[in-house]
Design a protein around this ligand. Sequence first.
Ligand SMILES: *Cc1c(COP(=O)(O)O)cnc(C)c1O
Length: 375
Amino acid sequence: MATGQLTVNLGAVQRNWKSLDVRSAASTQTAAVVKADGYGLGASHVAKALKAAGAENFFVAAAEEGAAVREAVGDANIYVFSGYMQNDASLFAKHQLIPLLNSPQQLQAWKTAQGNRAFGLQLDTGMNRLGFEPDEFRAIDSDANDSCLFISHLACADEPRHPMNRQQLDCFRQMTDSLAANHGVQRSLAATGGTLLGPEFHFDMVRPGIGLYGGLPYAQAEPVVTLSLPLIQTRKVLAGETVGYGAAWKATKITTVATLAAGYADGIIRAVGNVAAAVDSAAIAAAGGANKDRPAPNADARLSVYAGEIACPIIGRVSMDMLTVDISALGEVPAKLELLNGLQSVDQVAAAAGTIGYEILTACGQRYQRCYVHS
Ligand SMILES: *Cc1c(COP(=O)(O)O)cnc(C)c1O
């Protein structure tokens, strides 16, 4: 474990939740997705903060996660995306978790083991990952009426103009319109991306995840995390000398190189050392639309770490437990530098590495000393 520090601003998480909440019609509830330990940031802390902000519905991936969220929030609805696995029978009962059943087999097993306790159904409207197919759904007939919630998930919601969005919306409505009208079953289709697609996609409940944590496609999100990495050593490197594995970076002038105590074993995936920002700033724009509040990376920019407002480029390859940066621009040697903060978002780090903000958050979130602030 590196001694880097990840600071999570729970006030920003609450404000992101509230601003996504405002977008919904008055009759729509806004839930919070806190799977994967709250996208790596600590599900208990995040869920408690969101409960205080007014959230009453939480979604997790697996039953154990649900148990942890129950301890944190007390009274609330906690839904489990993966549905019902028999090994988890006692967790579901003890913590009053609501499975989103994904198949006729899961439905049967649930009814047999848990009687008439509350459940929801996940429907597959085209993503082909989880949920009842339309013909399986028709076949369960009146059991569907007993469901408290129908959900489905959009495959392409971060691309507003993608035709799949409308196709999946139509499919969801075809599968559920009459059951919702006649039996009052609640419906939820939208994650963060779907929430931003507009009211037609909102139904009774929206369930954003990444937007709460400051990531695209919610371009207006407030940054939530600050990741600061301790500096171990500095040295002067002369023109012509190289830095790191593969001698991949060569100095063209005298350079002050700092070695920081975090590497790919700490979630700073090796590809962040790539010079790939140019292509990916276009991808950021495509995913999030105009994102004027955040500077896009320069054409041939390297990703940086920050000392205050001063950017220090990452040079050379990322090692397992270390990375090297050019701090020639600094007047004095700082004790630590920041990889994530208000100046550099998870999506900018992700873009440099050819991945998405979700992966950077979940990769980094767990590995540092975490500290929570409320500002
Ligand atoms: C992860 C997930 C969400 C939340 O998605 P975001 O893109 O993070 O908002 C919602 N629904 C399902 C089924 C999910 O798996």
